[in-house]
Design a protein around this ligand. Sequence first.
Ligand SMILES: C[S@@+](CC[C@H](N)C(=O)[O-])C[C@H]1O[C@@H](n2cnc3c(N)ncnc32)[C@H](O)[C@@H]1O
Length: 261
Amino acid sequence: MNLNQFYIGDAVEFMRTKIPENCVDLTVTSPPYETLRDYEGYEFNAATMLQGLFRVTRPGGVLVWVVGDKIKGGRSLVSFEQALLAREQGFVIHDVMIYQKKNTPFMRSNAYTNCYEFMFVFSKGKPKTFNPLKEPTKRNGMEMGVSNKGPDAVNRKVPVELKKEKTRNNIWPYAVGLGGSTNDKIAFQHPAVFPEKLASDHILSWSNPGDLVFDPMCGSGTTCKMASILGRQWLGVDMSAAYIDIARERVRQLGLQYAQG
Ligand SMILES: C[S@@+](CC[C@H](N)C(=O)[O-])C[C@H]1O[C@@H](n2cnc3c(N)ncnc32)[C@H](O)[C@@H]1O
């Protein structure tokens, strides 16, 4: 198995036969959306996928599993069923994060507009890498604050320096669609592309340069493209040859961009 390549095939079989155990540092992936999307009639088995992912994940490695519920006559909660399956396979549910869609949310006539999916952060034991992403604070610089550290316990105003940035919270908003998820028009030949920024934010958070980043259901190749840009090793698998063509083209265009400076 060569790294920095896309492979066509069933990822469960691919992991079983081609990937040694304990070698993947980070997986960022998204399973097929129940019956909402047509994936050539293929029936998805979350349990065997998660079992394979647990085997190939390095101790301390992380699996980011991006999933939304089908909403028809109520929410399916397949998202949570899959999270519990991941735990049964041995993963720790390290966090349940929200991917908020800033545009094209799902409208409902009798409930509030649905605008998010879950990003489950599963880990094999305690995560070995966490590089927290920061954001600027609203108020920063010097400000007068109250201190009563003196022996008389009297409140006094003293100048305090407010922090310029803070660690982000676990709700991550992204624009979706062309110009939001990606500028690669070709990517939208796939029906369910997730944002490049979502992939890169997780890659930066849970891996380091040189680490192996995997996407067993890579679709249009978003995770692998961002892993390549961020100097990680990567591996992408999808059962659809047509989707792998798109993924290969996106990474090829990336090489051209770099070649042109
Ligand atoms: C939600 S899409 C992933 C989209 C991707 N994150 C992107 O940004 O383009 C899920 C993908 O899983 C693939 N898939 C489903 N079952 C699979 C399996 N057993 N092995 C490999 N790929 C599979 C589908 O072909 C589909 O492209």
